[in-house]
Write a protein that binds this ligand. Structure first.
Ligand SMILES: Cc1cc2nc3c(=O)[nH]c(=O)nc-3n(C[C@H](O)[C@H](O)[C@H](O)COP(=O)(O)OP(=O)(O)OC[C@H]3O[C@@H](n4cnc5c(N)ncnc54)[C@H](O)[C@@H]3O)c2cc1C
Length: 308
């Protein structure tokens, strides 16, 4: 594999600690991390990995991922800084998938375009935001995405909004296995002062309600039907519950925070405690929103059973 990366000229590193690539700050070494600079390199890597049956995982900002303490023996494809341009094309704001969501929000703001304000408070890259249909305060990616470009071993394809399969924290890219390369946004003209004020309000609301002072991966469980997951976990009396260096946040019970030296095992233990208690007390099955990066799907193996 090393030879393939060397010959292809694709940027790669070996034995990279995943705790450096994820906002939770957990994770052992990834055998290889590659950072493609365009869709052609993505297709070349995927062709090689699929032909040789090598497991891989695509990572953006790493803000919705729990990485295994044992690391990952496959290849992590980081769509990040080498694919992070933001520009205009045919009246749309185009963000390469590695562009940071907050930078897209600021770029839209200085260009007097409204609609992307909610992205200011999401620590994602645009590919991850499209993949997750990320959103907050009643706005989500599907409200502003005109289209998405994505690549696999057969090259790059464009998906119009209707073909992106957006639903609550879902998109077609979660099932078609393609890697998002570009996100096209349709935004509306507005005065930059008004946009800036809206972004400030969003950031202040987040700071008040979320434990942003500690590493986390945002909401652990999905918010579907009935009472929000955080409220149920709170009512089950689990706020402040600790396992090793991890804690169910006192500020927002759907956040697990890394208070120092937390392992993935600690976090899984708290997820299991929350899922089991909420199921037992309220008959509600919490479904994880975060994704697992490791050789085995340890979230799928939590002892309380759920289906995704
Ligand atoms: C403090 C904090 C606050 C948060 N607040 C919010 C919020 O308000 N709303 C919200 O929705 N989320 C929130 N999140 C969660 C997270 O930011 C989102 O889920 C975000 O969309 C993840 O983007 P990412 O680039 O970090 O993706 P990653 O965490 O790197 O990956 C998440 C998933 O996307 C896939 N993926 C990433 N990039 C690509 C790509 N280019 N192509 C294909 N698949 C890809 C990965 O394989 C993985 O399955 C928060 C997280 C934190 C830490």
């Amino acid at each position: 594999m090393r030879e393939f990366f060397l010959n292809s000229g694709i940027y790669f590193e070996e034995n990279v600690p995943l705790k450096k690539l994820t906002t939770f700050g957990t994770g052992g070494p990834a055998r290889y991390v590659v950072q493609p600079k365009d869709e052609r390199e993505i297709s070349a890597v995927l062709t090689y990995l699929k032909q040789n049956d090598v497991p891989y995982f695509c990572l953006g900002g790493g803000s919705n991922v729990l990485a295994s303490d044992d690391g990952f023996s496959g290849v992590v494809i980081v769509v990040g800084r080498f694919m992070s341009q933001i520009f205009f094309e045919n009246g749309l704001l185009v963000a390469q998938a590695g562009a940071k969501a907050c930078q897209v929000a600021h770029f839209a703001c200085i260009n007097g375009l409204s609609g992307a304000e909610f992205l200011a408070g999401i620590p994602a890259c645009m590919g991850g935001a499209a993949y997750m249909n990320a959103g907050c305060f009643d706005r989500e990616m599907s409200d502003v995405v005109a289209g998405v470009k994505a690549a696999d071993e057969n090259g790059e394809k464009e998906f119009g909004h209707a073909r992106c399969g957006f639903a609550y924290r879902k998109s077609v890219f979660q099932s078609n296995g393609m890697i998002v390369t570009r996100v096209l946004l349709a935004l509306k003209p507005e005065k930059p002062e008004k946009i800036r004020a809206a972004m400030k309000e969003i950031l202040e609301k987040k700071k008040l309600t979320q434990p942003l002072e500690y590493p986390s991966a945002g909401s652990i469980f999905r918010a579907e039907g009935g009472a929000p997951a955080g409220l149920l976990i709170d009512r089950a009396g689990l706020k402040g519950l600790r396992a090793g260096g991890a804690e169910i946040s006192l500020k927002h019970a759907n956040f697990i925070v890394n208070k120092g030296g937390a392992t993935a095992k600690d976090i899984l233990e708290l997820m299991d405690a929350a899922g089991s208690a909420v199921k037992r007390k309220f008959g509600v099955v919490l479904r994880p929103e975060i994704k697992y990066l490791g050789d085995t799907d340890d979230i799928g193996r939590l002892s309380y059973s759920f289906t995704l």
